[in-house]
Every structure is written in structure tokens, then in C-alpha cells.
Design a protein around this ligand. Structure first.
Ligand SMILES: [Zn+2]
Ligand SMILES: [Zn+2]
Length: 223
């Protein structure tokens, strides 16, 4: 275990099972995390028999080039992500970043860009979970002002992919030219990928050469 977080923050008990541990998670809970170790599509990180490009990526190429996803978005990964996002348990950010780094450690990029929140959402929540995770990642220069959200899309939860795509169209802006740069876009959860697709489109329109998604958790169909 390598999370350098004082156990005193959590009273010396595991965040998930409350068992005694000097880390954030006890060894058993850490070992039980739903790490994505099966073959995945290199572009969208959905299951793909031999780790080849999946049918959806072949037919309608998303703007991003690759996706690194650490965990399946199912219990207890969802509990950790939600505790960070909705309960402000910021001490979970380095843990989630370390899990993501396990998966993405081979990659080097010019810039690491967290998925931005709108100014209004940021004011209400007080922090951006993607920023908190990205702060603990290595492998590129963290850029907090490179990509801005011009408006918050209505909640995406219930919408099918095409509607989500329309929902986020034009919702991001890039603050400068990126001629040929490689980027990693960081988020806590990737669901349909519509938001990440739109961000990658925006970055590519600014000249980005390669855009990879680095996400802590991936919603898997039938999960
Ligand atoms: Zn535990
Ligand atoms: Zn795919």
C-alpha cells in the first residue's frame, strides 16, 4: 500500500469497512476494488474480446484517441467516487489518483487537463473533483486554465448518447493554440463519453495532436 495519507484522518479505520488499518483502505478492501484488468477497447475502455478497437469506435470514431480507466464504476468504486464528489471527502483524491496512476503510469503527455466545471457549479460545490484527482498525477504538466466550460449542460443522467452529445456541444473553450501537443483529460467517471468526446473535439480544433482520457472509473454496460 502506498497511499501517504495520515490514517488519523479516518481514525485508523478503513474508509469502506471500518476495519482497523493504518491506510485509507484495508488490504482486503483494496484487493476487492473492481480494477479493470480484462481486455478493453484502447480507445473507449469498454470490454473488447482481444483488446481491439470496439465496433462503436470503428464506426463512429470519437475525437479522443485513447482511454485509461482504472476501475469499473460499481460498488465500492462508486462509493469512493461519490464520497469525494458529493461529500467533499478530499482525502480520497490521492487514493483515486494512485489507482488511476497504476493504470496510466506508462503514458507521458505534454499537458494534464482536468474536466472543468462551470464557474457556477464550482462555486456551489467549492471544488472540482477532477482537479483534486489531477493534482496528484504525474506524467505531464497540470493545466488548470487551458480548457474552460462555457456553460453547464443539463443533467446527463437519463439521456441517451445522441442527446448527451447535443447537450454538451460547444460547452468548452480552449484558451490557446496547442499545435501538436499531447494531452490527458482527467475525470472521475466516464459514462457515455459524450463530455470527453466534446472536450477532445475542442482540444483538437485548437491543434492538439493526441488526446487521451484518464478516468478513475468507467461505467460498464450490464455492470
Ligand atoms: Zn476495509
Ligand atoms: Zn471503443
Amino acid at each position: 500500500m502506498r497511499w501517504n495519507i495520515p490514517a488519523v484522518l479516518f481514525g485508523g479505520s478503513c474508509f469502506l469497512c471500518r476495519g482497523a488499518t493504518r491506510e485509507l483502505l484495508c488490504g482486503a478492501c483494496d484487493a476487492d476494488l473492481p480494477r479493470l484488468e480484462r481486455p478493453l477497447c484502447p480507445r473507449c475502455a469498454l470490454e473488447s474480446p482481444r483488446g481491439e478497437l470496439c465496433g462503436r469506435c470503428l464506426s463512429g470514431s470519437p475525437a479522443y484517441d485513447a482511454t485509461q480507466a482504472a476501475l469499473a464504476y460499481e460498488f465500492p468504486a462508486d462509493a469512493l467516487v461519490q464520497a469525494l464528489k458529493f461529500r467533499g471527502e478530499l482525502a480520497l483524491a490521492p487514493l483515486l489518483a494512485a489507482l488511476l496512476a497504476e493504470r496510466a503510469r506508462a503514458e507521458r503527455v505534454d499537458y494534464i487537463v482536468p474536466v472543468p466545471l462551470s464557474a457556477e457549479r464550482l462555486r456551489r460545490r467549492g471544488f472540482n473533483q477532477a482537479v483534486e484527482i489531477a493534482r496528484h498525477l504525474r506524467g505531464g504538466t497540470l493545466e488548470l486554465a487551458l480548457c474552460e466550460r462555457t456553460r453547464e449542460a443539463p443533467p446527463q443522467m437519463e439521456l441517451p448518447y445522441e442527446a448527451r452529445q447535443r447537450n454538451v456541444r460547444g460547452a468548452f473553450r480552449c484558451s490557446r493554440r496547442l499545435d501538436g501537443a499531447t494531452l490527458a483529460v482527467v475525470d472521475d467517471v466516464m459514462t457515455t463519453g459524450a463530455t470527453l468526446d466534446e472536450i477532445a473535439r475542442t482540444l483538437k480544433a485548437a491543434g492538439a495532436g493526441r488526446v487521451a482520457n484518464w478516468v478513475v472509473a468507467r461505467t460498464m454496460p450490464h455492470a
